[in-house]
Design a protein around this ligand. Structure first.
Ligand SMILES: [Zn+2]
Length: 442
């Protein structure tokens, strides 16, 4: 067997269904897929491969799956903090988006997001925003894998000044990107049950169902939202979405903080999936989603950072650490959300939540070769008893040394391949400078 790429000489966390680990192993890749996973001892003859990547006793694991992002929002990192969600959204974020998010400004912030994600070990993201056609063009250049959704809201939005056109714009996006890229899958993202009418929600879901792609929506993020939908519709946000027929296994719900036991049963029965965003929910004081309860009910749950303005980074290692700890604190039980469960959420379960379980999320023969190598030769990663413990509680995104997406090396020895990061950062800072002064977009 001649491989195209072999990653060897590291602890392998396969994150397969039985969470198999190799103390020292190798992963052989042919074209874009994993061919072999097996033990490797130092001193063993090296496999025959066009390219060899020595993990140098680090940790080899599946690339992380960020199940909830708004990529262009890196532009607003640190722009408005320490505010309640509705004030933050209505008085700061929505006006800034209306003024500064344009076709000419969107590529830089998107590429910055992709750079940040890949450099910290994320190989797939699931995004929703406006002008998603331009988002997709910028993402495509970086090589990261992504589900990208055109945003739908019943207000004028960047690229869709007349909300009556929002479904048409979403359908156009779905059709344009249906078969355009190996790494990008199109989707639709309705902002929320309180910013989209029943008619809009039904039509958007119908558009995705007809094409067999994911439908996404923010749901029950705050107690205010739950109360509003209860008073407007006479039922909880989840039960309302169920009643109007938008919940099924191709519906991903972000947040799900304010759910009751009936809501949880409804989600489990419909097969809908959840993105857990602990950093964003903590920063906006939205609350803590009952994630262990979701998992017990059999609901597939992934982890997401949410947009950069409410986090304020895209580091999935930080999000794993928060996920493990926030629920222990809430339930006063340190045995809940153990490291293996959290790693699964950030990889295989996240892949399931976004409808890609067959393709990514674990290191198994036949799956796409989306793999990262963590450098453990650092003071904060010594000693090492259990790699899974380090991944959740000690590793930082900045410890990721190499990143492979679909068999292609995208980060090598901490450096992005094929992207001019300095020019991307300069571009974003130029726009941010105008925002800071209140000037028109450059
Ligand atoms: Zn969001």
């Amino acid at each position: 067997m001649v491989y195209d790429l072999v990653i060897y000489n590291g602890a392998v966390l396969t994150v397969n269904a039985s969470f198999d680990q190799l103390a020292c192993g190798m992963v052989g890749i042919v074209k874009d897929r994993i061919e072999t996973v097996r033990p490797f001892q130092s001193g063993d003859p090296l496999p025959v491969s066009k390219l060899l990547l020595d993990a140098e006793d680090g940790i080899i694991m599946p690339g992380l799956v960020n199940t909830h992002t708004h990529l262009p929002m890196t532009l607003f990192r640190g722009f408005a903090d320490d505010l309640p969600l509705m004030v933050w959204l209505n008085d700061h974020i929505f006006p800034a988006e209306a003024k500064y998010i344009q076709e000419s400004t969107i590529a830089g912030p998107v590429q910055l997001a992709c750079a940040e994600m890949m450099l910290s070990g994320t190989t797939t993201c699931c995004d929703g925003y406006f002008l998603e056609d331009h988002v997709a063009a910028a993402v495509q250049e970086t090589g990261i894998r992504a589900i990208l959704a055109q945003g739908v809201i019943d207000f004028p939005a960047p690229g869709v000044p007349n909300p009556a056109d929002n479904i048409h714009a979403a359908e156009n996006f779905l059709d344009q990107w249906a078969r355009r890229s190996d790494t990008i899958t199109p989707s639709v993202f309705c902002h929320s049950p309180y910013t989209c009418s029943e008619r809009t929600l039904r039509a958007a879901k119908q558009a995705t169902r007809r094409r067999g792609v994911m439908f996404q929506i923010h749901v029950a993020e705050t107690e205010t939202e739950r109360r509003k939908i209860l008073s407007d519709k006479g039922m909880t946000p989840v039960q309302y979405l169920e009643k109007i027929g938008v919940l099924d296994e191709k519906t991903l719900l972000a947040h799900c903080v304010w759910l009751d036991d009936t809501d949880i049963r409804v989600l489990a029965d419909t097969g809908a999936t959840v993105s857990h965003n602990p950093g964003s929910n903590m920063k906006l004081a939205a609350g803590i989603a009952p994630i262990p309860e979701f998992i017990s009910a059999g609901i597939p749950v992934g982890i997401g950072t949410d947009g950069c303005a409410s986090n304020n980074n895209l580091d999935m290692f930080e999000e794993m650490d928060l996920t493990a700890k926030i629920h222990k604190a809430r339930l006063l039980d340190p045995t809940r959300m153990d490291a293996a469960t959290v790693i699964e959420m950030a990889t295989r379960k996240g892949a399931e939540a976004i409808g890609m379980a067959a393709e990514i999320g674990s290191i198994e023969p036949g799956k796409l070769a989306d793999i990262i190598v963590i450098d453990t030769r650092k003071p904060h990663l010594q000693p090492r008893y259990r790699p899974a413990s380090h991944v959740v509680y000690a590793v930082k995104g900045s410890d990721v040394r190499d990143v492979v997406v679909g068999g292609k090396i995208r980060v090598r020895d901490y450096r992005l391949e094929g992207m001019n990061l300095a020019s991307v950062m300069a571009d974003v800072n130029r726009i941010a400078h105008a925002i800071g002064k209140g000037d028109p977009p450059p």
